[in-house]
Design a protein around this ligand. Structure first.
Ligand code: DGL
Length: 363
C-alpha cells in the first residue's frame, strides 16, 4: 500500500488533488461544556461477580450482577458522562463464543452509528478480554472509542477493582484522545491496545500487559494520557464486515510441545476446521512428527498459520519452515489466540494464502 505521504507528493506533481476519505464518518465533535454520551454494554465476568465473603478473591461466581447495579455502584459516573446501560448477555467469559461475538459486534456497530453515542464501554470477563478486544478491533466500523473493561476481584471483595476500572473506562470512552485509537482495554489505570494486550497473571490486578511493545498510556487524575498508539489498521479502516454473518469459519489451535504427534491436528481437520493455527515452540518451529499432517491438511485446503507459544516477537516467514514451498502463512507478532481471530475473519473474505499473509502484515 502506498503511504499517503507518497500519494500526496505524486498528486501534487501531477497537479491532482487526492482527498483521502476515511471509510467512516468522523466522530461527532461535542460542545466543549457537554458531557459525552457513553453506552455501557455488560456481558458478565468478575466485574459482575459475587463472592461468599469480602475476602473471597478466588472461587467466586462471575456474571451475577446486572448492568444497572454496576452503574449504581459508581455514582461518580454521572460527573464524567451521560451513561446508559444495556445487558447484552451475562456470561463468564471462558464461555465466550462466535455467536456472542457476532451479537456484541452488531450491537456495537448499531449504537456507534447513532449520533447520540460518543463512545462505548464493554464490561467483560478477563479470561477472554484479549480475544474479544482484537475481534472488535477488526470488525467495529467506527473511529469512536470502544473500551473493554473487567476486574480481577469480584464486586463483593475488599478493594474490588471493578468500580474504579469502570469509572476510568467511561472517562476513556468519552475522551477525544481515544478517538481513532482502535479498541482499547483499560484496567489497573493502564490503557492497552486490543491488538497486543494479553492476560499475564491468573489473579493479580496488574495482569493485563503488552509485553515488549508496551502500553499506550494511563488513566490518571480523571484524564486519559496517551504516549503511543498501534501502527496497524483497525476498526473503520479494516476490510472485515460481520453485519451479514451469522457464523464464523472454524479455526482451531494446535499447541506445540516436546514429543507431540498429529492426533489433535488430525481431529481438528476431521471436525471441519477451515484453518489451523500452529502454536509452535520457539520461532514457530514444526516438529517432524506433525509436519506431514500439516502438509496433508494444506492439500485439503485447510489454511495453516504458523504462530508461536512464546508470545512475543515476530514469527519469520521461511524461517523455521519453508512457508513459500508449503504455502503456509506466518502470524507476524500475533499470539495464537489472536492469530486465530484474524484467520477466522480472513476466511470470511478469501482462501487465498497470499492475500491472507498480507492481512497478517496489515492488521
Ligand atoms: N470466569 C472468569 C471470566 O469471566 C473470571 C475472570 C474475570 O472476569 O476476572 O473471565
Amino acid at each position: 500500500m502506498i503511504p499517503s505521504s507518497c500519494l500526496t507528493r505524486l498528486a501534487s506533481a501531477a497537479g491532482l488533488v487526492f482527498v483521502l476519505l476515511s471509510s467512516a464518518p468522523p466522530a461527532q465533535a461535542r460542545d466543549p461544556g457537554s458531557l459525552p454520551n457513553v453506552m455501557i454494554l455488560a456481558t458478565g465476568g468478575t466485574i459482575a461477580g459475587t463472592g461468599a465473603s469480602s475476602t473471597t478473591t478466588v472461587g467466586y461466581t462471575a456474571a451475577k450482577v446486572g448492568v444497572d447495579a454496576l452503574i449504581e455502584a459508581v455514582p461518580e459516573l454521572k460527573k464524567v458522562a451521560n451513561v446508559k446501560g444495556e445487558q447484552v448477555f451475562q456470561i463468564a467469559s471462558e464461555n465466550m463464543n462466535d455467536a456472542y461475538w457476532l451479537k456484541l459486534a452488531k450491537r456495537v456497530n448499531t449504537l456507534l452509528a447513532q449520533g447520540d453515542v460518543d463512545g462505548i464501554v464493554i464490561t467483560h470477563g478477563t479470561d477472554t478480554i484479549e480475544e474479544t478486544a482484537y475481534f472488535l478491533d477488526l470488525v467495529v466500523k467506527s473511529k469512536k472509542p470502544v473500551v473493554i473493561v473487567g476486574a480481577m476481584r469480584p464486586s463483593t471483595a475488599i478493594s474490588a477493582d471493578g468500580p474504579i476500572n469502570l469509572y476510568n473506562a467511561v472517562i476513556l470512552a468519552g475522551s477525544e484522545e481515544a478517538v481513532g485509537k482502535g479498541v482499547l482495554v483499560c484496567l489497573n489505570d493502564q490503557i492497552n491496545a486490543g491488538r497486543e494486550v494479553t492476560k499475564t497473571n491468573t489473579a493479580t490486578l496488574d495482569t493485563f500487559r503488552t509485553p515488549e511493545l508496551g502500553l499506550l498510556g494511563y488513566l490518571q487524575d480523571n484524564k486519559a494520557h496517551f504516549y503511543r498508539q498501534s501502527t496497524r489498521r483497525n476498526t473503520a479502516d479494516t476490510e472485515f464486515d460481520v453485519s451479514g454473518l451469522d457464523s464464523l469459519p472454524r479455526v482451531d489451535i494446535v499447541y506445540g510441545y516436546a514429543n507431540m504427534d498429529p492426533t489433535a491436528l488430525n481431529a481438528f481437520v476431521a471436525a471441519g476446521a477451515k484453518g489451523i493455527v500452529h502454536a509452535g515452540v520457539g520461532d514457530g518451529s514444526l516438529a517432524d512428527a506433525v509436519k506431514p499432517a500439516l502438509i496433508e491438511a494444506r492439500k485439503k485446503g485447510v489454511l495453516i498459520v504458523r504462530s508461536s507459544r512464546v508470545g512475543n516477537g515476530i514469527v519469520a516467514r521461511n524461517g523455521e519452515a519453508a512457508d513459500d514451498d508449503l504455502d503456509f502463512v506466518v502470524s507476524d507478532t500475533l499470539n495464537p489466540q489472536k492469530a486465530r481471530i484474524l484467520l477466522m475473519l480472513a476466511l470470511t473474505r478469501t482462501t487465498d494464502s497470499k492475500a491472507i499473509q498480507t492481512m497478517f502484515y496489515t492488521y
